[in-house]
Structures are given as C-alpha cells and as structure tokens.
Design a protein around this ligand. Structure first.
Ligand code: NAD
Length: 485
C-alpha cells in the first residue's frame, strides 16, 4: 500500500489506477558492498497496515469466488511477467541484498518455479467424502468436505532472499483464493515492491481487484499491526527465531506458519567421499554470504577422517572468491550491514578467547567477513550454539557416527541437516535419528526444492512451505453434512 516510486531509474512503474498509498517518510536502501544508496524506500506505518487490512478484508469474497481456472491463469501470468524482467530482478537483488550475482540468479530461477508450481497446485486442491453412516444416526446421510480459503494472509519476510520468500507467501495465497498482504524486510524491500506492483497489474488485467495483493513497507511497527489485527486469518513468517516466536504469541489464537533460523549441522562419516564433503562445505557454507537459514555452520567430523578433511578444506578455501557481488565469479561479498558484521566478529572473537582454533579468516573489516573456519569451538559458544548467519563454519571432532548424530541434535534448532556417507546404514540411521525438518544425504544441507515440504522443528519453526503445503496452511476444511430429504 505504499508508494512504488523507490525503483531505481529505468524500472517500470505501476499504472495510476493501481492506487498505491502515499508515505510521508522514506529511508535509504544501501548496497552492502560499498554503502551507496540504491534507492529510497517508503516507510509504512501501523496506519498503512490498517488501511491494507481493510482493503484485503473487502477483497475476501471476490477472491474466494474466483474459479480455479482463473486463479491458475493469474499465477501463470505472474510467472511470465517476472520471467520477462528476469535479468533486472537479478541485478536489483544483488544491489539490495549484496548477495553474489550467482546466488541472485538462483533466487530468481527458484522464484519462477515457485509461481508455476503454485499454478499447478490449483488443480489439486481437493476434498473427500466422509462415510457418515458409520454411526447409526448418520444412516442415509451424505458427507463431504472441501477446502475453503482461510481469509486474509499476512506474509512477513526477511532480507536474505526477498523475492523468493515473498513468492512462497504470495503465490500459494492466491492459489488458495486468499487476499494477501506482504511486509518485506526494510533492508531489502525493492524487488518485492516491484514484483507486487507487477502482480497488481496482472490482477487488474484479469479483472480482479488489485486489493487482493498488497504490500506494506516498514519494520516492526507495521508488522506488529498486521499480525495483531483480528482481520488477519493466517500469518506466514520467514525470519529470525526471536521475532518468529514473538509473532506466534502476538497472533494467537490465529494460525501461524513460521520459517525460522538454524545452526545447520553437516556430518562427515568415516566412509564419506571426503572430496565431495569438502566441496559441500565450500559451496554450502558461504553461498548468499553465509546468510541462508540452511547454510553449513556446524561440521561434525568422525575422528578417523578429521585430519584429512581439515587439510583438504583449507587447501580448497581460496576457491571461495571474495569480491564485488555484481561479478559473476564472486562467491562471497559483504554481509547485509555493519551490525551483522560486528555481531559475527564478536562471536568469532569469543570462540577464540574460549579456546577455539582459528584455521582461516577472522573478524570483519567493515562489512566484509572473510571465509572463516574455526575448529574445536566450545559448544557453549554463540558461534556454535546460535545461528551465526555469516560466512563462518565450525569444525568439531567426535569419536563415531552415533556421537555425530547426538552432536547435531544437541541444538535448539532443527531445520535441515546433512550427512556425507557411502553407507546406506549410516544414511538411514541419520534420516531416522536427526531431529530436523529435512535430512540431506550426500548433498549440501542448503539444497531445497521449492515444491517439497520445507520447514523446521524445535525453535526453527512450525508448518511447511512449498506451494502444496502452504495452500494447506492457507485453507480450512469445510464439512458438508446432508440428509437428502
Ligand atoms: P528478522 O527476524 O530480523 O526480520 C524478519 C521480518 O520481521 C522483517 O520484515 C522485519 O521487519 C519483521 N519484524 C520484526 N519485528 C517484528 C514484529 N514484532 N512483528 C512483525 N514483524 C516484525 O529476520 P532477518 O534478519 O530479516 O532475516 C534473517 C533470518 O531469517 C535468519 O534467522 C534466517 O535463518 C531466517 N530465514 C529463514 C528461512 C526459512 O525458510 N526457514 C529462510 C530465510 C531466512
């Protein structure tokens, strides 16, 4: 509901009839690489949130009445229009997040898959019959249920994958027939703003009220107003555990879907392909500048392979090219802001002071944290226990595979975990015993297919994303109980 004018020069703006609200205040969005201003973004307030909720609530009957064919057509049209602007989205994501171009390309490709998958899922929103005559009172009766749109969906997202995270809220909400309000991160709101502007154009072109999809910029004030309002039926949140847990309390008793952080573990069994496991730490620990909820943080090495793994990892670390994120060869660039760089540095220092060995990298210079490897980190250190959300991996040695599983499970988080092993026995033992939302065998824990059920256990969240599973979260069953005469 805020002004769409923050787009950098040259990006298309929405038509006037799409009626974005004016915003009194703006704040600069900075390019993390060099601190230059990308654009000024409007700062939405609690009043903007209330206005958006009123519009969304008014759109609810129209959305609920849309045929599945029309919903599918809109989703496919959105996918098309985002694909048309693919390269510009990639460039804009590099500027506002500071993520290397290679990661922003992946983000846009996955965004497109998410929209097309949501379009396909529209054809699979089904109910079933219920044999009411199991009980004598129900003899002669007909029972069935359908899935109905839950109502207004509020999507709140973090800064690291702003377009993809937004799409995992917007696309399934539209597929389910729900109006949706997005509140992106104030640090990286631009791609989401532009995408929502394009989506509203698609809705208008299909004769559907643009009020079905809205966006409120701003920070906690706007977010809190959206979460606490009784007109909100479901909150879908992707961000930190601290904020997510607060949102769960603020939204109660309404439904929440929480996609939170983790301190992801990767086990290297004694029968692992060491070269592949090292490659996984290089790829999986530093992509997106280490700012991914499932990037490798805790590497648990079984003793017989620990020395060889350490040596090979350090020999390949120079392959993580640090540089300008606009360069297609760069693999690591500045983290999002100085506060993040300072926090990561203080955690590295505390670990070293506590007895950890610093094998590579170290504290930040400005916003640039070098690829850092720590070994023998005391398990009560923040860099092991909490989510580091930066380019830092910690190595730990344990005597055997069972101890490795125990170590990975010794965490308040549980999103993804990975295991490198050549044996089916170890692979299935890990799948059975790791207390996480997804166990990845012989791939990086950061592997996520956008159609699979994705989410965590413990403090990493509740509910699952992926269009099929998010549609379940955004719909409710409505039972029909009929006595035909
Ligand atoms: P964050 O929790 O600081 O902010 C996320 C969003 O919440 C922002 O839009 C922010 O403005 C909003 N917000 C803050 N306080 C609020 C409140 N009281 N009420 C409502 N909204 C509020 O997260 P971040 O730093 O932007 O993102 C990084 C975090 O996101 C990491 O912890 C990462 O692991 C997590 N993440 C998780 C997934 C996943 O799918 N599990 C994916 C990406 C990122």
């Amino acid at each position: 509901m805020t002004n769409p004018r923050p787009h950098p020069d040259g990006l298309p703006l929405g038509a006037d009839h799409l009626r974005w609200a004016e915003c009194a205040q703006t704040e600069p969005v900075l390019f993390p690489f060099d601190g230059t201003e990308v654009a000024r973004a409007p700062v939405g307030t609690a009043e903007h949130a209330a206005q958006a909720l009123e519009t969304a609530a008014a759109a609810r009957p129209e959305l609920a009445a849309l045929s599945s064919g029309r919903r599918r057509a809109v989703l496919l049209a959105v996918q098309n229009i985002l694909a048309e602007h693919r390269a510009a989205f990639e460039d804009l994501l590099v500027l506002e997040t500071g993520k290397p171009l290679v990661d922003c390309r992946t983000e846009v490709a996955r965004t497109l898959t998410t929209w097309s998958a949501a379009a396909e899922e529209v054809a699979h929103i089904r109910g079933e019959t219920v044999p009411l005559d199991l009980q004598p009172q129900g003899e002669g009766m007909l029972g069935y249920y359908t899935r109905r749109p839950a109502g207004v969906v509020v999507g709140i997202s973090g800064f690291n994958y702003p377009l993809l995270l937004a799409s995992h809220k917007l696309a399934p909400a539209l597929a389910a027939g729900c109006p949706v309000i997005l509140k992106p991160s104030p640090e990286a709101p631009l791609a989401a703003l532009w995408a929502v502007d394009l989506i509203r154009g698609v809705l208008a072109a299909h004769g559907i009220t643009p009020g079905a999809v809205q966006l409120v910029t701003g920070g906690a004030e706007a977010g809190e107003a959206l979460v606490k309002d009784p007109r909100t039926a479901v909150v879908s949140f992707t961000g930190s555990a601290a904020v997510g847990h607060r949102i769960a309390r603020d939204a109660a008793p309404r439904r929440v879907l929480l996609e939170l952080g983790s301190n992801t573990g990767l086990i290297v069994a004694e029968d692992a392909n060491l070269s592949a496991a090292v490659d996984a730490v290089i790829r999986g620990g530093f992509y997106a500048n280490g700012q991914a909820c499932i990037s490798v943080q805790r590497v648990v090495l079984t003793e017989p392979v620990a020395d060889a793994f350490e040596e090979l990892l350090l020999s390949r670390l120079p392959g993580v090219l640090v540089g300008d994120p606009r360069d297609g060869n760069t693999r690591l660039a500045e983290v999002i802001d100085s506060a993040a760089a300072d926090r990561i540095s203080s955690w590295i220092t505390a670990a070293v002071d506590g007895g950890a060995r610093l094998l590579a990298g170290g504290t930040a210079e400005g916003r640039s944290v070098p690829p850092t490897v720590l070994a023998d980190v005391p398990p009560d250190c923040a860099v092991w226990r909490e989510e580091v959300f930066g380019p830092v991996v910690c190595l730990q040695r344990v005597p055997n595979f069972a101890a490795a599983v125990e170590s990975v499970n010794d965490s308040r988080y549980g999103l993804h975990a990975a295991v490198y092993t050549a044996s089916l026995q170890n692979a299935f033992a890990a799948i059975n015993a790791l207390d996480v939302g997804g166990v990845v065998v012989n791939e990086i824990p950061g592997f996520r297919s956008d159609i699979m059920p994705y989410g965590g256990v413990k403090d990493s969240g509740i509910g699952r994303e992926g269009p099929r599973y998010a549609i379940e979260e955004f719909t409710v069953t409505r039972m029909a109980l009929i006595r035909p005469e």
